[in-house]
Design a protein around this ligand. Structure first.
Ligand SMILES: *Cc1c(COP(=O)(O)O)cnc(C)c1O
Length: 386
C-alpha cells in the first residue's frame, strides 16, 4: 500500500465492536481485569491504551519501521531516549540541534552525568569522531532548526554502525512523508508529532520508531516507568491529523519553495534557505535524501534587531508564534523566541543572528501569503519582493 493509503487505513480500522468508522476515544485511566493479572490487553493507561496502539501502528507504518511508541510531546520522546543512558555515557550530537534538546541535555541530564559533545555533522571530516569518541548514542537532526542544514544520514549511520553505535534522527522537520531515517540506516527515528504529523496545532505529541526490538522494549518501559504517556484524546487527534499528511506536505513544500524563491530577489535579505532551493549549499544531498523540502523557510535581513522585530510583528496572515508544521502560516524570530534559551555565543556560532527570521509556511493560497509578506516588508521599510 502507498503512503497516502496507509496514513488513512493502517491503525485506522473501524471499531470492531460497533463498526464506528472513526475510532472511539478510550478516555479511561484503568481497565477491568477478568481475573487478577488477566487483562484484555490493557491494565492502566500510563502503560497502554487502545488509542496509543492505533497511532503507534499508523506511525510505524509511515516511518517504515516495525515498532513505534507514542509520547506526550516531542520532549517526552526525547526524555524517553535519554533516560536509557547511564551516568558517564557520551552523546555525540549535531551542534545545531533543536533548542530544547540542547537545554534538556545542559540543564537536566548533564547533572546526572550524561556527557554531550557537539560536532558539525555537515562536515564529513567530523565522521571520524564517531569511532574516536565511542559515544553511547549519535544524535542527529535533519534538516536542522532553524538553519536547515542537511546531514547525510546514510553516511553517518554507516560510520556509526561499523562501531555498533546507535543513531537517532530527529525527523520532525521533514516528516515521514519526505524522509524515512530508518531506511537510511538510523536506529531510531524520533518526531515531535505536534508539528507536521498532526498538522493542526491543536495538541502535543511525540513518537519514537525503530526496527530494533531491544530499543522498543526500552521505549515502552520509559513510557510507563517515567510517565511520558500521551492522553487518549491527543493521540486520537494526531491519528485524525496524520490522515492528510501527504497532501499537506506537498502543499507546504510548494508554497515554501515559491516564497523562498521570491525572497531571494529582495534587496534587504542577505540569504534565504530552503532545502530544495538551488542556492542551498547541500541541495544535492537534500534531493537525494528527501522527497521534498518541507515548509520551513529561513532568511537573514540586512537589518538591525528593531527593524527585524517590526517586520515579524507586522504580518497579518503569518501569526507571530513559536512552533511550526501546522496548516496555518507562522513567523518566528529565533533569537528572541524559539532559540532564546541558547546562550548568545552558542547561538551566533550556529548563525542565529538578530536579523534571522523563520517562516513556517502553511497551506493557504500562495498569492495571499506573498501579499502579506510584501505588505510587511513595506511596513518595516525593508523594500519589496522584487
Ligand atoms: C518541537 C520540536 C521538538 C519538541 O517537541 P514538542 O512536541 O514541542 O515537545 C523536538 N524537536 C524538534 C526538531 C522540534 O521542532
Amino acid at each position: 500500500m502507498k503512503f497516502e493509503t496507509r496514513a488513512i487505513h493502517v491503525g485506522q480500522e473501524p471499531d470492531p465492536l460497533t463498526g464506528a468508522v472513526m475510532p472511539p476515544i478510550y478516555a479511561t485511566s484503568t481497565f477491568a481485569q477478568t481475573r487478577p493479572g488477566e487483562t484484555l490487553g490493557y491494565d492502566y493507561t500510563r502503560s497502554g491504551n487502545p488509542n496509543f496502539t492505533r497511532l503507534a501502528r499508523t506511525l510505524a507504518s509511515l516511518e517504515g519501521g516495525e515498532h513505534a511508541t507514542v509520547f506526550a510531546s516531542g520532549m517526552a520522546a526525547i526524555t524517553a531516549v535519554i533516560s536509557t543512558l547511564r551516568s558517564g555515557d557520551l552523546v555525540l550530537a549535531e551542534e545545531n540541534v533543536y533548542g530544547c534538546t540542547f537545554r534538556i541535555f545542559a540543564q537536566v541530564f548533564e547533572k546526572f552525568g550524561v556527557r554531550v559533545q557537539y560536532v558539525d555533522f555537515a562536515e564529513p571530516s567530523s565522521y571520524s569522531s564517531v569511532a574516536d569518541a565511542e559515544p553511547a548514542l549519535v544524535w542527529l537532526e535533519s534538516p536542522t532548526n532553524p538553519m536547515l542544514k542537511i546531514l547525510d544520514i546514510a553516511a553517518i549511520s554507516a560510520e556509526a554502525s561499523r562501531s555498533g553505535i546507535p543513531v537517532l534522527v530527529d525527523n520532525t522537520f521533514a516528516s515521514p512523508y519526505f524522509q524515512r531515517p530508518l531506511a537510511l540506516g538510523a536506529t531510531l527515528s524520533l518526531s515531535s508529532t505536534t508539528k507536521y504529523v498532526n498538522g493542526h496545532s491543536d495538541c502535543l505529541g511525540g513518537v519514537v520508531v525503530t526496527n530494533d526490538a531491544g530499543w522498543q522494549d526500552k521505549m515502552i518501559f520509559a513510557q510507563k516507568a517515567v510517565g511520558l504517556n500521551p492522553s487518549p484524546f491527543d493521540t486520537w487527534l494526531v491519528g485524525r491529523g496524520v490522515k492528510t499528511l501527504a497532501i499537506r506536505m506537498r502543499r507546504h513544500h510548494d508554497n515554501a519553495l515559491a516564497i523562498a524563491q521570491r525572497l531571494e530577489d529582495c534587496a534587504a535579505i542577505r540569504w534565504v534557505r530552503h532545502p530544495f532551493l538551488a542556492s542551498h549549499p547541500q541541495v544535492e544531498l537534500a534531493r537525494r535524501q528527501m522527497d521534498g523540502g518541507s515548509g520551513i523557510v529561513t532568511f537573514e535581513f540586512e537589518a538591525d534587531l528593531e527593524t527585524t522585530r517590526d517586520f515579524v510583528s507586522g504580518l497579518s496572515l503569518f501569526a507571530l508564534a513559536e512552533s511550526l508544521g501546522g496548516i496555518e502560516s507562522l513567523v518566528d524570530h529565533p533569537a528572541s523566541m524559539t532559540h532564546a534559551s541558547i546562550p548568545r555565543a552558542e547561538r551566533e556560532k550556529v548563525g542565529i543572528s538578530d536579523g534571522l527570521v523563520r517562516l513556517s509556511v502553511g497551506i493557504e493560497a500562495l498569492e495571499d501569503l506573498l501579499a502579506d509578506l510584501e505588505a510587511g516588508l513595506g511596513r518595516a521599510g525593508l523594500g519589496s519582493l522584487s
